[in-house]
Each structure stands twice: as structure tokens, then as C-alpha cells.
Design a protein around this ligand. Structure first.
Ligand code: ATP
Ligand code: MG
Length: 426
């Protein structure tokens, strides 16, 4: 679990702001659900025989208010189950489908390494109440637009279809027979899941098992006409929109709730933590969590991995800097000078004040050194004499460094915009 400090946190704010703008363009609305949920929600939703539920959840017993009994709670390892629970509880689909997005921390007890942390952050988009494949395509286009907006290169899209439960049952029998034939090559997880969740074995990251998994019967060969039509419908939309993809028959995803469409955006540049965004259709989950049956599809991206990849690509971090550094050589001017600084801020100018003037003002020289170090484009110098005359000196620190001018305090509205380098907040 990591602290996130400036200046690095600026990268996060920039990404989040970009995501918010983009979600608005696709008409996805923000949803925020609690970090704690009943453990049972994840066990039922994600599936008992999955990495997350078997070994990665932070769960604990909380003394309930009622009868001193214990409640089993878990810090959310993902957010689809929580979103679905909230949607069901508040009957959000009563008047039709909803497009939602979230951002926030998730928790999994994993072996920490680059791109794999115990508290990590996901940005997710979910479209509930639509059966696709048009909405599946919309979600993929949205992710693709995000890569473009943030300048992320080197990610490729992999697709698969998991069909429907009855199609998976046909495949399952053949898969088990194949895996049993090669039982000696399976690792401990593989042997344990052979009968409880053989599909998940295809998802293994163990290099020693790649050959067995490669030669296994492919689920796609067991899909019926309807599932195939859905899959082909998605592909034709992607093709018409110039979205490149490859079909990966081994893509099964680590959670149990998926059906039909599954997809991942992957990169080769982050080692075995190569999936930056993953998602798929989960048409049975809403009913499973107790709602009225409705189809749904969504994805979640790993913020740390996306930012890691951007850094790997050499994307520069724009260190945030104020527009103006206020140099205050005279303690007596501070109370009135602050009124000017407040007026500038209200006009949209970002101002960093030289603090500490009251006790140890610091020489002009040391204040200017701080002004330079702040990255500000201008120093605003509150010299006692000018200030008494109703004036302040504006000195350029970057472009045209050294040039300066006097400005009248009562004409602040006219010159404040010339100091401002960032867009106005509304
Ligand atoms: P992996 O196969 O890498 O373990 P996953 O299938 O468990 O990933 P999902 O549950 O699909 O991952 O989560 C969606 C995305 O969240 C992943 O593609 C990844 O980018 C990110 N993610 C998942 N677990 C972690 C983690 N422990 N640390 C950082 N990012 C993570
Ligand atoms: Mg995982």
C-alpha cells in the first residue's frame, strides 16, 4: 500500500480529470459505493474458486449492532459487485439501462511487485440493462479513446467469447478430460481446480503449464449460433471503427461472473503485470445478487499500471507551479496584501504566498530564491512604498525574466488575467 505524494499526485489528478471529461462525452455518470461490503457479496459475485476469494481478500468480523452477532465484512477487491448491489438496492434500472463509472481504491492481499499492490486503484465503467453487442463496442471505444487522450501507446486489445453457461458445460467436460490426461503437468492450484473450476486453469500465469493450456479444447468451438452472432456483431462494429484486436481463446478472466464478451487491453512492457484494463459481459450477476434479471457489461483499468506504462514511455510529468509567488518584504503590509492575493485567487490566478514574514521576513534575496524555486511565472513584490501608493510590482521570472512593471491595485481586474496560465475553474 503506497503513499501518493506531490509531485507524483499531479499525474493522478490529471488522469482523473481526463477520465471525468471523457466519461461525460460518453454520457457515463459517476457512482460511489462503500469500500466495505458483506463478504458474502464477493463470494457469490466473484466466485468461490477464484484467486480473489480464495486468497486475496481482506476480510474481518465486525461486531454487529444487533444481538452482539458478528458480521463478515470485506474491503472491496473490485467494484462491479458493489455497483450491482447498489443498483439493485436502489432499483436504478426501473426506467431503463444506466451507464456508470467509478474511480477508487481496491484491496487484494497479493505479493507486492511492480504493477501489483495491495491497495491499488481502479477506474471502471459499467453499462447495465443493455444486452449488446453495441454497448460492448461502446465500452471498448471508450477505453480506446482514453488511451488516445492520455497518449498511451503499445496496448493491444484481446477479445474472446465465453458463451453461455450451457455452452461452457459442454466445453468443460472435454477440458477436464484433456487436463486429466496431463495431470502430472498441473501445479497445485491446477490440480485443485481441475474439477471445481477447470476454466480458470486456462488463466494460469505458470510458464510450466503453458503447453497443456495451449493444446486444450477451445471454448469458442462450443458456442451456439446466438453466442457466435453476438461475438461477430461486436467484431463488425470494432472493424467499422478501425479498432484492431486479436482473438485470444485462452482469455477467460479471473472472475466467475462473465459470459459472452470478455476482453483485455494488454502490454508487453510491464512484465507479467501486462493487463492494464479488463472487462466483459456479466448478464447473470444482477439476478444472482438478488435483482430483477438484466444484462450488463463493463471494464476496470488499473490506474497504477496505466501510469507506470506512461512513465515507461517517457511521458513528462508537468510539475504543478503557481502563477504567482508573492514576495512580502515588509511584515506591516501582510494583512492588506493578503486582500490583494485573495482578489487574484478569486479571479482565477494561482498564488503562493511567502509565508513566515511576521516572525522572520527573510531578505528579498532569499524570498526571490523561493519564488524561483516555486516555478511561478511571476513574482508579485509588495514593497512598502509602492503598496502605500496603491501599487504592486509584477516581475517576470520565466519568459522575459527580469522585466518588471508597476500595476495599480484598484485596476486588478484588468491585469489579473495576464498572470493566469491555467484554465478557469467554474
Ligand atoms: P491479474 O491477472 O494481473 O492479476 P486480474 O485479472 O486479477 O489481473 P481484474 O480483477 O480484472 O485483474 O482487475 C482489472 C485491472 O485492475 C487489471 O487489469 C489490472 O490493471 C488492475 N489490477 C488488478 N489487480 C491489481 C493489483 N493487485 N495491483 C495493481 N493493479 C491491479
Ligand atoms: Mg489478479
Amino acid at each position: 500500500m503506497n503513499d501518493l505524494l506531490p509531485p507524483e499526485s499531479a499525474r493522478w489528478e490529471w488522469l482523473e480529470a481526463t477520465v471525468r471529461q471523457l466519461m461525460a462525452r460518453y454520457a457515463y455518470r459517476n457512482i460511489r459505493t462503500p469500500i466495505l461490503e458483506h463478504t458474502d457479496l464477493f463470494v457469490r459475485g466473484i466466485g468461490e474458486v477464484t484467486d480473489i476469494v480464495e486468497k486475496e481478500m481482506y476480510s474481518f468480523e465486525d461486531r454487529s449492532d444487533k444481538h452482539g452477532q458478528f458480521e463478515h465484512l470485506t474491503m472491496r477487491p473490485e467494484n462491479t459487485a458493489g455497483v450491482v448491489r447498489a443498483v439493485v438496492e436502489s432499483n436504478l434500472l426501473y426506467d431503463g439501462g444506466k451507464r456508470l463509472y467509478y474511480m477508487g481504491p481496491m484491496f487484494r492481499r497479493e505479493k507486492p511487485q511492480r504493477g501489483r499492490y495491495r491497495q491499488f486503484h481502479q477506474i471502471g465503467a459499467e453499462a447495465l440493462g443493455f444486452s449488446g453487442p453495441d454497448v460492448d463496442a461502446e465500452l471498448i471505444l471508450l477505453a480506446h479513446a482514453l488511451w488516445k487522450a492520455i497518449g498511451l501507446a503499445d496496448v493491444r486489445l484481446e477479445l474472446n467469447s465465453l458463451g453461455q453457461p450451457h455452452e461452457r458445460a459442454l466445453h468443460r467436460a472435454r477440458l477436464i478430460a484433456h487436463l486429466e490426461q496431463h495431470a502430472d503437468l498441473l501445479d497445485e492450484d491446477g490440480r485443485r481446480r481441475l474439477h471445481s473450476n477447470p476454466l480458470r486453469i486456462l488463466d494460469t500465469k505458470n510458464p510450466a503449464m503453458q503447453a497443456v493450456v495451449e493444446s486444450a479444447p477451445k471454448l469458442i468451438d462450443f458456442l451456439g449460433a446466438e453466442s457466435l452472432a453476438h461475438f461477430e456483431g461486436l467484431q463488425s462494429i470494432l472493424k467499422a471503427n478501425g479498432i484492431a484486436y486479436t482473438i485470444n481463446p485462452r482469455l477467460v478472466r479471473g472472475l466467475d461472473y462473465y459470459n459472452l464478451t470478455v476482453f483485455e487491453f494488454v502490454t508487453d512492457r510491464l512484465g507479467s503485470q501486462g493487463t492494464v484494463c479488463a472487462g466483459g459481459r456479466y448478464d447473470d450477476l444482477i439476478a444472482q445478487i438478488g435483482g430483477k434479471a438484466a444484462p450488463a457489461v463493463g471494464w476496470a483499468m488499473g490506474v497504477e499500471r496505466v501510469l507506470e506504462l506512461l512513465k515507461e514511455q517517457g511521458a513528462a510529468l508537468e510539475t504543478p507551479a503557481p502563477d504567482v509567488y508573492a514576495v512580502l518584504p515588509d511584515a506591516a503590509t501582510v494583512p492588506a496584501a493578503l486582500r490583494t492575493l485573495e482578489a487574484l485567487r478569486a479571479a482565477g490566478v494561482s498564488v503562493q504566498m511567502h509565508a513566515g514574514t511576521g516572525t522572520s521576513p527573510g531578505s528579498m534575496k532569499s524570498q526571490f530564491k523561493k519564488a524561483d524555486g516555486s516555478g511561478a511565472r511571476y513574482a508579485l513584490v509588495f514593497g512598502a512604498e509602492e503598496f502605500a501608493r496603491g501599487q504592486v510590482t509584477v516581475k517576470a521570472l520565466r519568459d522575459g525574466a527580469g522585466t518588471q512593471r508597476l500595476e495599480a491595485l484598484d485596476a486588478l481586474a484588468a491585469w489579473a488575467p495576464t498572470l493566469q496560465s491555467r484554465p478557469q475553474l467554474n
